[in-house]
Design a protein around this ligand. Structure first.
Ligand code: AMP
Ligand code: FE
Ligand code: FE
Ligand code: ZN
Length: 289
């Protein structure tokens, strides 16, 4: 698919607060992502890689060169029982010792999980090594999408979606539960790193909205309402819930790469720049004086 085919939603001055680079499971380098953002007329972009800030420095440097404002972010994975909840952190300090320690732990547990996934797949008759998978990951987080790419290369599946549906999803032969912090702990890590915490794609699991009261008590700043894949009614319902709860209604595409998934093109949803200002104020409210 070409970029042009996805460019129908062009909004000059768009603000996209959720996207991934190859520091996690995005397809583009940070520089290429910011270049695409500039071409898509996105003026403010948050880089929010899964459990990694390894793409921020390059993204910010390219943003400075191309005139795209980069919000330093991260998307922290957390577990609430069997449910995985993603917590976005905005304006985090990539040098924060608390954040660095947590993300280093994530890299270890992610690698251990990939090793176990490879063992399980091999036992299921699909030989795969950790090195096969690491060919597809960058300097940041390794995850199931990289396993899926290695499986495609081996000819085991035809697509990433098929790899998840048949082997990598919960209950499938290659599924391994990753050890994670709790959602409340994720909020704490983000705050300790000087950032503002936002509940990502709140309908990804029913546990997410159920966790809201505890998250608000822990200091949650916002709710991702204007999400790429949600329809307009869902977005409006979430925005109204955010307003009722005194939370900032944020938004973003959750872009991973051109053609990754319908409704996820960079800049396809946009929020007002006021949302960025409110997030920054919420973030600085936690910085110890
Ligand atoms: P991990 O963080 O290793 O558990 O992998 C989860 C990531 O895989 C998510 O962030 C998504 O980007 C991606 N993902 C999950 N389900 C699918 C799917 N069915 N097809 C493609 N990508 C998926
Ligand atoms: Fe992802
Ligand atoms: Fe997510
Ligand atoms: Zn994401």
């Amino acid at each position: 698919m070409t970029v042009a085919a996805h460019s129908v939603h062009l909004t000059p001055g768009a603000v996209d607060l959720h996207c991934h680079t190859n520091a996690s499971d995005g397809y583009l380098t940070p520089a290429d992502l910011v270049g695409l953002a500039s071409a898509q007329q996105v003026r403010t972009l948050a880089i929010t890689d899964h459990d990694s800030v390894a793409g921020l420095a390059e993204g910010i440097a390219t943003g400075n060169a191309l005139g795209v404002e980069i919000v330093p972010g991260v998307e922290i994975s957390s577990n609430d029982g069997d449910s995985e909840i993603h917590m976005l952190g905005y304006f985090v300090d990539p040098q924060s010792p608390v954040l660095i320690r947590h993300l280093q732990w994530c890299q270890v547990t992610r690698l251990e999980r990939v090793e176990k996934i490879c063992q399980q797949l091999s036992r299921a008759g699909l030989p795969l090594s950790t090195d096969d998978v690491l060919q597809y990951s960058g300097t940041g987080s390794v995850g199931r999408p990289h396993v899926a790419l290695a499986m495609i290369q081996k000819g085991y599946v035809g697509s990433i979606g098929e790899a998840f549906a048949r082997y990598l999803g919960r209950g499938k032969p290659g599924f391994v539960q990753r050890e994670n912090v709790t959602p409340v702990a994720a909020v704490g890590i983000i705050q300790s790193s000087g950032g503002a915490a936002v509940l990502a794609h709140p309908y990804a699991t029913s546990a997410a909205l159920e966790a809201l009261p505890g998250l608000i008590e822990a200091g949650l700043a916002g709710l991702e309402a204007w999400y790429g894949e949600y329809d307009q009614r869902t977005r409006e319902r979430l925005a109204s819930l955010a307003a009722d709860l005194g939370l900032i209604a944020t938004g973003g595409s959750d872009f991973h790469g051109v053609g990754f998934k319908e409704g996820r093109m960079l800049g396809c949803v946009t929020v007002s720049h006021d949302v960025v200002d409110r997030l920054q104020r919420a973030a600085t409210a936690h910085v110890p004086s």
